[in-house]
Design a binder for this molecule. Structure first.
Ligand code: C5P
Length: 232
């Protein structure tokens, strides 16, 4: 039999939401289901890759053959992602990372006071995990060291392609998966998705962007299309 297209490769994928603790019993998070990241992990394993799935809290089973690393916060996800940089040939950031976290985590459960009708929570910016990975990847490449191809996602409700192209350049990604999350039944929480892949070739920063539209399809089919492009 022909060798599987991803045999011998290590692919690291972040998936799901992050949880940012306020106190020992409360957190800020989002509605990411993790389905897209898990579909990518499942397909990458089926293509023969060694797959490391860095996952926020989700209600999904670990796909067969996938090494799963559970994390909660953005800072934990960043730590796991950076530890995976050296030995990965592809890094896919699919997680819905919280942009901000509470500036301080209370040691004990916050108690409401009698008559307290408002409270304020001070948030600070989380690191941009994929931008950090892409920056290190570009630096390694410039030094002739092996470095992963970095693939990000851009979920937008308008001007999808414009924001995606901006994000590709600003975060120094090799490829971005742009999807319109305003379409009912697609994207967030759904089993289906439609997207446009936007990429440039590594090391050719000023090269023109390439684009490929993928019509609405099950997330597992979109995952296959993303991986085929990343491995091309
Ligand atoms: O900027 P925005 O959140 O729209 O970018 C989305 C892309 O960046 C996704 O690939 C997501 O996983 C990644 N990201 C990240 N760390 C953040 C925010 C986003 O890795 N703090």
């Amino acid at each position: 039999p022909a060798p599987l297209p991803a045999a011998g490769l290590t692919i690291t994928i972040t998936a799901g939401p992050t949880r940012e603790a306020l106190d020992p019993v409360r957190y800020l998070s989002n509605h990411s289901s993790g389905k897209m990241g898990y579909a990518l992990a499942s397909e990458a394993a089926a293509l023969g890759a060694r797959v490391r799935l860095i996952s926020g809290p989700v209600a999904l089973p670990t796909p067969p053959g996938v090494e799963r690393i559970d994390v909660e916060s953005a800072l934990q996800m960043q730590g796991a992602a950076e530890a995976a940089l050296q030995d990965s040939q592809v890094f896919i950031g699919c997680a819905a990372v919280a942009d901000f976290r509470p500036a301080a985590v209370a040691e004990h459960k916050l108690k409401k006071q009698v008559g307290e009708e408002q409270m304020q929570v001070h948030l600070i910016r989380n690191p941009d995990i994929i931008a950090g990975i892409a920056e290190q990847s570009q630096a390694r490449r410039a030094n002739g060291q092996p470095a992963p191809l970095v693939v990000g996602f851009a979920a937008e409700t308008r001007d999808v392609l414009r924001y995606a192209r901006d994000k590709l350049t600003r975060k120094r990604l090799d490829m971005i998966v742009a999807n319109d999350v305003s379409t009912p039944g697609l994207g967030f929480g759904s089993d289906s998705n439609a997207a446009t892949l936007v990429w440039r070739h590594p090391g050719q920063a000023n090269d023109r962007l390439h684009e490929q539209a993928i019509a609405a399809c099950p997330k597992i089919a979109l995952a296959r299309a993303i991986l085929e492009r990343a491995l091309a």
